[in-house]
Design a protein around this ligand. Structure first.
Ligand code: G3H
Ligand code: 13P
Ligand code: ZN
Length: 331
């Protein structure tokens, strides 16, 4: 057993209580490599924001679970070196099974998600409850999900989303004992969240349908003070998409969640907002631009440095202008 407490990480309990009381949301940024981790920590230290570093099953397969755990340990020390003791959570994103969640709990994660959202209600409850019973013995917090998001969720692919049913949330939260609940209110994974046909053209800009704030409000009414999580919350900035396409990429009809919608959600019971695709776009745009403008460069540091800078800029922008978690440093 390797406890997260031994490497200076924290669970989500305190973080979410403060976010709920302060009407802001914690950034949950996915990472797969050193440059993403460095950019996240630099951004959070500069803005004095708490942060959730999250790792998907795919990230564990790509980078190796021990390397990622040691990178999280490095992230804590790196933050100290940069001069701020920011609270850092290491979270399993879209945990696919009890076994994977247990492996993370046994190996230094301070929080896990168990994603039974594609299962029937009773099976989702049984799986989440089993993970909660194990996790809570070690003070590890658990996120469970009710409702289905469209798009790819770490090898599970749903064509359509199904909003969370507010009438189910009390029973789900009570019977599972989960610490936070991911819900479906119109966000989805990836860079193609809406088709142009689903959007309305306003002043030359395609505006996607709004999130189901009425469903969110009903859920909040049923579970007052309970931390809610939004997955699939990248905004897919047009300038990054345009840069990618200008320098040889081919991203068509990439549309995300408008930032005003996420700003509004951050002020509600939504305490955690998941962003991965925007980091991928920022990294790819900077690398494509750099290589196109400097065709002779072949040292990875030459193109990964601007990529890291561009991701950092994006992470800071989200914290300050969307989530409102800047300056909320107290552990
Ligand atoms: O929700 C999915 C996250 O963006 C992680 O994606 O499974 O490709 O690492 P991934
Ligand atoms: P995006 O694809 O919108 O960045 O969502 C990421 C996510 O939900 C990770 O769990
Ligand atoms: Zn997700």
């Amino acid at each position: 057993m390797f406890s997260y407490k031994d490497i200076g990480l924290v669970n989500t309990k305190d973080m979410f209580a403060k976010a709920m009381a302060g009407h802001y949301a914690i950034p949950a940024y996915n990472f797969n490599n050193m440059e993403q981790m460095q950019a996240i920590i630099q951004a959070c230290v500069e803005t004095k924001s708490p942060v959730i570093l999250q790792v998907s099953k795919g990230a564990r397969a790509y980078a190796d679970k021990f390397i990622l755990r040691n990178m999280a340990r490095g992230a804590v020390e790196y933050a100290h070196e940069l001069g701020a003791d920011i609270p850092i959570v290491l979270h399993l994103d879209h945990g696919p099974s009890f076994e994977v969640a247990k492996d993370c709990i046994d190996n230094g994660f301070s929080s896990v998600m168990i994603d039974g959202s594609s299962l029937p209600f009773e099976e989702n409850i049984a799986l989440a409850k089993k993970v909660v019973e194990y996790a809570h013995q070690f003070d590890v917090t658990v996120e469970a999900e009710l409702g289905v998001l469209a798009g790819v969720e770490d090898e599970v692919c749903a064509a359509e989303s199904h909003y969370t049913k507010p009438e189910e949330v009390i029973e789900f939260a009570t019977r599972t004992g989960c610490d936070s609940l991911a819900i479906s209110i119109g966000t989805s994974h990836g860079a193609h969240k809406f088709t142009p046909e689903q959007c309305t053209l306003v002043n030359g800009v395609l505006v996607p349908p709004p999130l189901a704030f009425d469903v969110l409000a009903e859920i909040e009414k049923k579970l007052p003070g309970f931390p809610i999580v939004l997955h699939g919350s990248s905004s897919v900035p047009m300038d990054e998409v345009n840069t990618i396409n200008e320098f040889g990429g081919k991203l068509e009809a990439a549309i995300g969640i408008p930032e005003e919608q996420l700003r509004k959600a951050s002020k509600s019971a939504v305490c955690k907002i998941n962003i991965d695709s925007d980091s991928r776009l920022a990294m790819t745009a900077a690398i494509r631009k750099h290589l196109a403008e400097h065709p002779g460069d072949f040292d990875p540091r030459q193109y990964l440095k601007p990529a890291r800078e561009n991701m950092k800029k994006m992470y800071i922008h989200k914290i300050v202008n969307v989530l409102g978690s800047d300056g909320k440093l107290a552990k």
